[in-house]
Design a protein around this ligand. Sequence first.
Ligand code: ADP
Ligand code: MG
Length: 194
Amino acid sequence: MIRCMEQEKEFLTDLDNAIADGDHGINMARGFCAVEQKIADFGSKDIGTVLKTAGMTLVSAVGGSAGPLYGTAFMKSGMIMNGKNEMNISDFIECIKVSVEGIMQRGKAVRGEKTMLDAMIPSLEAMEKAFSDGLSDKEIIEHGVEAAKNGVEFTKTIAATKGRASYIGERSIGHQDPGATSYTFLLDVVANAL
Ligand code: ADP
Ligand code: MG
C-alpha cells in the first residue's frame, strides 16, 4: 500500500485537481510514508496494534479529509483485530465493514455523494456475497476490486455533495472521485498480495 500510494501520487492529485484542491495524492503519499517510518516499531506486535498505529499515524500526518477518514478506517479495523496475530477472510470483510461505518459516521456521508464510500460500500457488498457463495479468498477480494472499480465509474455520473468537490457541485459530474479511486488501488494491492 505504501509503494502504491507513492506510485499513484501524481494520478490521484490530478484527479483531485480537476474537482477540488489537488492534494489527494500528496496527502495519501505523505500519510503512508509516515506509516512506513513506524514499521520498524511494529515488530512482533499484534495486528490490532499495527492497524491502530497506522490509523493514528494517518490522522496525525495528513491534513484534509482523507487522512482522518482513512485513519478512522484503520483504527476501527485495529479495534476488531485486537490481540490477533492472524487475519482470515471474514476478519478482513469485517474490517471493511467497520471502516465503512466509521467513515460514514465521521464524514457524515452516505452512498451516492461522490466519495470513497461509493467504492467501499459496493465492494463490501460484493465481498460479502462472494464469501457466502463460497469463493476463494483471492476471488472474494477480486470481486471486491471489480465492484469498487464500478463504483469509481459511477462517481463520474454524479455531483459531489460532500467534501471540497461539493463546492463546484454539478461541475464535478464527468470526473471520478479521488478517494474512491485510492480505495480501489489499496484493495487491489491486497488482491495482488494474495
Ligand atoms: P481534502 O478534501 O480535505 O482536500 P483529500 O483531497 O485528501 O482531502 O481527499 C478527498 C477525498 O476524500 C474525496 O475524493 C472523497 O472521496 C473523500 N471525502 C471527502 N469528504 C468526505 C466525507 N465527508 N465522507 C467521505 N469521504 C469524503
Ligand atoms: Mg483534496
